[in-house]
Design a binder for this molecule. Structure first.
Ligand code: NAD
Length: 282
């Protein structure tokens, strides 16, 4: 690994598991000091201890304004600054294939973590960065936020809002030297990607993920399972000066799933055309 983030201080919310965990590990490998913020104290604390002196953990609920302010203050007091804010923490919602069946019971929770949490993290980080030479803010969106479809509608709406919010903040904060971008993962194997419900065992989660794979691949041109490290690499790019000229962008990391229909309908269209021409000229 290189030293692309040497001298930088980063916060990774939701850094105890999944994509945030892989990103925290990558940032440290690239020379950054990192504060992992998560509501999962057990895994967050253990990861910080494992990664050593360059890492701290703070038990944080990203939907609480006072806790987000305390998080920024903690990073500055522990490491002397804040240059990168990765607002990664997020939650999915109960699975309802059709919206008529959705009781909207988790509306507030999803919006408070996925949208309010991102807004608070962006605002509180920017208040520090604007007085201290700028920085890079990265928000976790999803292809579900830009690709229309059925199911998990509240989640999709929360991620669509994150994409729009990211672009608005890029315009507002450019004057302070703060860049704001977002990452839209496709399907990446983490606990979230099995839509875990209450009482589900690890075995159930793994079986669901295995059953989902061929369905996912049917809609994904690259027949390769996305990994948390793919997202960590993208976050590294956005955090570092390699992306110095980029702001207000959504970087999509999805194996081509949102590029279009992977089934080449044109072949069928061309075959139908050829058949009709042959029939008519016979
Ligand atoms: N895995 C995917 O396929 C996928 C696809 C698209 C988008 N995303 C987005 O990427 C981000 C990370 O997802 P993941 O797959 O790593 O999920 P994950 O469930 O593995 O990890 C999410 C982490 O966020 C933490 N968290 C949840 N609510 C929190 C809160 N209120 N305060 C602090 N921490 C909280 C959890 O404790 C957990 O450590 C999310 O925003 C998610 O919506 C993931």
């Amino acid at each position: 690994m290189g030293q692309l983030l040497a001298g930088k201080v980063a916060i990774v919310t939701g850094g105890a598991n999944g994509l945030g965990r892989a990103t925290a590990e990558r940032f440290v490998a690239e020379g950054s000091r990192v504060v992992i913020a998560d509501r999962d104290g057990g895994r967050g604390g253990a990861l910080a201890a494992q990664l050593g002196d360059a890492v701290r953990f703070l038990l944080t609920d990203v939907s609480q304004a006072d806790q987000m302010q305390a998080l920024i203050d903690f990073a500055v007091s522990e490491f002397g600054g804040l240059h990168v804010m990765f607002n990664n923490a997020g939650v999915s919602q109960a699975v309802h294939p059709h919206f008529v069946d959705d009781d909207l019971a988790d509306f507030h929770k999803v919006m408070e973590v996925n949208l309010l949490g991102v807004m608070l993290g962006t605002q509180r980080a920017a208040r520090h960065m604007k007085e201290n030479g700028g920085g890079s803010i990265i928000n976790a969106a999803s292809i579900g936020g830009s690709q229309a479809g059925c199911g998990i509608i509240v989640y999709r709406a929360s991620k669509a809002a994150v994409i729009h919010f990211t672009k608005c903040m890029a315009i507002d904060f450019a004057q302070y030297g703060i860049r704001v971008n977002c990452i839209s993962p496709g399907n990446i194997q983490t606990e979230m990607s099995a839509f875990p419900g209450q009482g589900m065992t690890e075995e159930m989660i793994e079986s669901i993920q295995a059953a989902m794979l061929p369905i996912r691949f049917a809609a994904q041109p690259l027949k390769r399972r996305g990994t948390p490290e793919d997202i960590a690499s993208t976050a590294l790019y956005l955090a570092s000066d390699m992306s110095a000229q980029m702001t207000g962008q959504e970087l999509v990391v999805d194996g081509g799933a949102s590029a279009g229909d992977p089934v080449n309908r044109f072949i069928e269209v061309a075959q139908a055309r050829a058949r009709i021409m042959q029939d008519l000229s016979a």
